[in-house]
Design a protein around this ligand. Structure first.
Ligand SMILES: C[S@@+](CC[C@H](N)C(=O)[O-])C[C@H]1O[C@@H](n2cnc3c(N)ncnc32)[C@H](O)[C@@H]1O
Length: 230
């Protein structure tokens, strides 16, 4: 398959796809850190959406959209207008990816702020479902793709990112040690998730893509996509 891994500098998903024999490219405005510049498009991904991809897996920036940033948006009972405008820009970028003319699309992001009214996500995943001893709630928006299946469920896990919302009270099990790292490091896709995405989304899978009586695949119904928009 010809696959675009949008907003990926680490090349983690791209490399897993290449191992499986796919014609995969990462694309990011930053240079790649994965060691394969020959598979990297260093550019604005919006210029490359119409290059004939079968599948796009996208990891758009979440700094201004994520619920974790709520305390910066609402300050002293008022909305920070500058930050709000950046959130709207990020939403516009997200929606351009989601509505790209590519048959199979997956977008990954943390829980967004309600203020921005993003379409409903399809699935929630966690690194501990894919062999990592961490929690980091991650949402997936899927078009014509099946939900990801857990590959290696880890029962003892700790938060990947420090909580600023009373995690201790909610019974987080571990003390946060060796805690992350810089923002770039923290946003790299977990290896187990990269492997699951590459394998499960390039297989011929029926479940999750099957049409119902009304002819609309379940994932698309969630996103409000009609058959004539496919
Ligand atoms: C949340 S990080 C995702 C990192 C990814 N999970 C990885 O493993 O490399 C978002 C990425 O989007 C990139 N980005 C932001 N705007 C972009 C654009 N217009 N085109 C391509 N990449 C962009 C950023 O440079 C950043 O690397």
């Amino acid at each position: 398959m010809k696959v675009l891994v949008a907003c990926e500098e680490s090349q983690r998903v791209c490399i897993e796809l290449r191992k499986l024999g796919h014609d995969a490219y990462s694309c990011d405005i930053l240079p790649c850190s994965g060691g394969h510049p020959e598979w990297h498009i260093q550019d604005d991904v919006l210029k490359h959406l119409n290059d004939g991809w079968d599948l796009m897996i996208a990891h758009p920036p979440c700094t201004y959209l994520s619920r974790a940033g709520a305390r910066w948006l609402h300050q002293g009972g008022k909305i920070n207008q500058e930050r709000y405008a950046k959130g709207l820009e990020a939403k516009d970028f997200f929606l351009k990816l989601l509505s790209a003319n590519i048959l199979k699309i997956a977008i990954e992001n943390p829980t967004p702020l309600k203020t921005y009214l993003l379409p409903k996500h399809t699935q929630v995943i966690q690194p501990y479902m894919f062999g990592h001893r961490f929690s980091k709630k991650t949402l997936l928006w899927l078009k014509n793709l099946p939900e990801l299946k857990a590959t290696d469920l880890i029962k003892d896990y700790s938060p990947f990112l420090p909580s600023n919302t009373g995690g201790k009270k909610r019974g987080q099990k571990f003390k946060i040690k060796d805690v992350v790292r810089d923002q770039k490091e923290a946003s790299k896709t977990f290896q187990g998730i990269a492997q699951a995405m590459s394998k499960q989304w390039t297989m011929e899978v029926k479940s999750g893509c099957d049409a119902n009586d009304d002819g609309i695949p379940p994932n698309n119904k969630l996103l409000g996509i009609l058959p004539n928009e496919l």
